[in-house]
Write a protein of this length. Structure first.
Length: 423
């Protein structure tokens, strides 16, 4: 019993000793932790003193630094993606254009300002000229063209910068020779008849162009205006053939880009519609074309393609961009256009415009390659004395507004007719 009691006492003492030892160690650890906290606080304070920043400010700067690095990395990634996309886009765009050009085959011949009319024999040249040149003068006055009768065997040359005027003259001359009655009265009669028939032909030409371009549902007046484009050139390039080519190119590129090919062809065909009447209507061909398209209720995409194909307005549809590209492709093709011819035609147009501004002028024709302007006045509004003054006034205005080589002859024609009927 005593031995057991002694063992318990020993164990109690050992337990007390261990408890005291653990308490001492715990106290020592607390002191060390307190020292560490003190040193950490002192270090933080020293760091803040050196950096001049609080803890919150330091965290904010660290955050900004990390964000800036993230932005730089993102910018590099975006730039790389853009460069890759640009390279791929250029490659795909070239493939689309090349494919469209390869699949589009439109023949073009640079337009001239003369037409050669074959005649059965050289004896008829004298009849075309008439006694003292009265027939040829009447023909030139009625048509506004130059008739060149020279040593060219079995041929008469019609010269005029306006293809429509030249075509009417060709038709009238051929019919005069076939009819055999060549005199001023018959000349005027046939010229008026040919002008009327030409209006009917314009519709047929416009319908054929729509069929070739694969377009339907156009207004009758637009079809007629398209027909007029056959007799309009730009830098020697026939505008109707150019418009058909642009229609094909635009349609092909739209199809490859997943756009409405039919609407693209429509926009391409009508992009130069304003050129059909720009010679006798105020405004640029773009402005005129937009007005015509709005008047005849063309789709908004077509109107924007017309308005934007020379950069006058912003593009609102990818079809407008493709129509502009097709227009540039057609016009820039080697051999399609001649700048010198366009400058010459613009000078003759300006010459006629200056003359037509005068009161009492019925019609004006620039002939002899622009060396003469022939003015036909209304006899009810212009007397003989006024005609002489008008000739001088027109000459002065031409001198002040137009640059030209050599001299320009101004001829004012006043013809008074009295008609009576015998019953």
């Amino acid at each position: 019993m005593n031995v057991r009691t002694e063992d318990l006492d020993k164990k109690n003492k050992e337990a007390e000793r261990l408890i005291q030892s653990n308490t001492a160690k715990e106290k020592a650890l607390q002191q060390k932790q307190s020292r560490i906290d003190t040193l950490e606080a002192e270090g933080q304070a020293a760091l803040e003193r050196v950096a001049g920043l609080s803890k919150e400010q330091a965290l904010e700067e660290l955050k900004e630094s990390l964000l800036e690095k993230a932005r730089e990395a993102t910018a590099e990634m975006v730039k790389e993606m853009r460069d890759r996309a640009r390279i791929n886009a250029n490659k795909e765009a070239k493939e689309v254009v090349v494919s469209a050009i390869q699949r589009s085959a439109v023949d073009h011949a640079v337009e001239s300002t003369v037409s050669v009319v074959p005649i059965p024999n050289d004896e008829i040249k004298g009849r075309i000229i008439g006694r003292e040149g009265r027939n040829i003068r009447a023909f030139e006055q009625a048509t506004g063209v130059d008739i060149i009768v020279d040593d060219t065997p079995e041929a008469v040359i019609i010269s005029a910068f306006d293809p429509l005027r030249r075509e009417v003259a060709r038709m009238a001359l051929e019919r005069l020779m076939a009819d055999g009655r060549i005199h001023p009265g018959r000349i005027e009669e046939l010229v008026k008849k040919c002008e009327k028939e030409m209006q009917e032909q314009l519709v047929q030409i416009g319908e054929a162009a729509c069929h070739e371009a694969g377009i339907s549902g156009l207004h009758a007046e637009i079809i007629k205006l398209l027909g007029r484009l056959k007799f309009r050139t730009s830098y020697g390039q026939n505008i109707l053939q150019h418009s058909i080519e642009v229609a094909h190119l635009t349609g092909l590129m739209c199809a490859q880009c997943g756009l409405d090919a039919k609407l693209g062809r429509r926009a391409g065909l009508l992009h130069d519609l304003g050129k059909s009447i720009d010679r006798f209507t105020e405004g640029t061909h773009v402005q005129i074309g937009v007005e015509l398209a709005k008047k005849y209720r063309e789709p908004k995409v077509v109107i924007n393609a017309i308005a934007a194909h020379h950069g006058d307005e912003e593009y609102t549809s990818p079809i407008s961009v493709l129509a502009q590209a097709a227009d540039a492709i057609s016009g820039a093709r080697p051999g399609a256009r001649r700048e010198t011819l366009e400058i010459y035609i613009q000078r003759l147009q300006k010459l006629e415009e200056i003359t037509n501004d005068f009161r009492g002028v019925q019609r004006a024709f620039a002939i002899q390659a622009g060396r003469e302007v022939r003015v036909i006045v209304e006899p009810e509004k212009v007397t003989d004395a006024m005609a002489e003054v008008m000739a001088m006034d027109i000459a002065k205005k031409i001198e002040s507004e137009l640059e030209y080589p050599g001299q320009i002859k101004v001829t004012v024609l006043r013809e008074f007719r009295a008609t009576g009927l015998a019953k």
